[in-house]
Design a protein around this ligand. Structure first.
Ligand SMILES: C[S@@+](CC[C@H](N)C(=O)[O-])C[C@H]1O[C@@H](n2cnc3c(N)ncnc32)[C@H](O)[C@@H]1O
Length: 251
């Protein structure tokens, strides 16, 4: 489905706005991932942008996981899939508690005789945004990500204190509330991992790529950088560039 058609279905639905939907859509068109893993679908908006691009390239599938509670969203992912006619590209999983448990089952399926066979080409992590859940989710997803595959993190700078006043935030120790957990995951689990390269961020999203099997120091995929060069995303501003250097600890 072309972008102009899918955006008509999705533009009023949280959480991903059309300009980011376009980046995601174009990324899928460019990289043609065979299998996508999404952690956190909410209404299914980001899922449907990706599925529309898969339909356009004619192949691929998305395994997407959220909680049981996502069934009661209006609209929910099932109705959005039906409305857009993209059912055949999306396999939604409603976890009883957490996608980290569902990832255990996936690892179990993919592991034989002590070897895990990675099966995803792209992982979009847009769920809990906490160190405990998404730090672990990244480490699990890494085992399932094929060499050369990408990971996208949303809400890099989000802190729990942005939801101050809500009961669940008051239960979080103060020290943890003002810290951007996704940023810590990137700085402490992703960047120091020698298997990851091609770091890109626009200050809200952060993209990383697992090195392909035959990677050399000179190899660099510019797929995400060129998507940004073509888009109006804020990545070009001085402040964002300064933040990106700090995030990835690059000079
Ligand atoms: C920001 S929303 C996802 C938005 C969606 N990716 C989009 O752009 O349209 C985050 C979702 O993650 C889900 N989530 C948070 N922690 C989770 C967990 N541990 N297991 C499963 N789902 C989780 C929430 O239920 C929520 O629907």
């Amino acid at each position: 489905m072309i972008f102009e058609d899918i955006v008509q279905h999705l533009q009023e639905i949280p959480h991903i706005p059309p300009d980011r939907g376009k980046l995601l859509y174009d990324f899928i068109i460019e990289t043609r991932p065979e299998r996508i893993l999404e952690l956190g679908f909410a209404h299914g908006t980001s899922t449907c942008y990706m599925a529309a691009a898969l339909q356009e390239v004619g192949a691929g599938s998305i395994l997407t996981i959220d909680n049981e509670g996502a069934r009661s969203r209006d609209p929910n992912i099932l109705s959005l899939m039906e409305r857009t006619g993209l059912e055949s590209f999306i396999n939604p999983v409603f976890a009883e508690r957490s996608y980290t448990w569902e990832l255990m089952k996936l690892l179990e399926q993919q592991t034989e005789a002590g070897q895990t066979d990675p099966c995803f080409d792209f992982v979009f992590i847009d769920g809990a945004h906490t160190w405990d859940v998404d730090g672990f989710a990244f480490l699990l997803a890494d085992r399932l990500l094929r060499p050369g595959g990408h990971v996208l993190f949303d809400d890099v700078t989000w802190t729990q204190s942005e939801c101050a006043g809500q009961d669940w935030v008051e239960a979080v120790p103060e020290e943890e509330r003002d810290v951007a957990h996704v940023e810590k995951i990137i700085q402490l689990l992703v960047v120091p991992d020698q298997n990851y390269t091609d770091f890109e961020s626009d200050g809200v999203w952060a993209w990383v790529r697992k090195k392909p099997a035959s990677h050399t120091a000179e190899d660099r995929s510019d797929v995400v950088a060129s998507l940004y060069a073509r888009s109006n995303a804020a990545r070009r501003s001085f402040l964002v560039r300064r933040y990106v250097k700090r995030l990835f600890r690059v000079s």
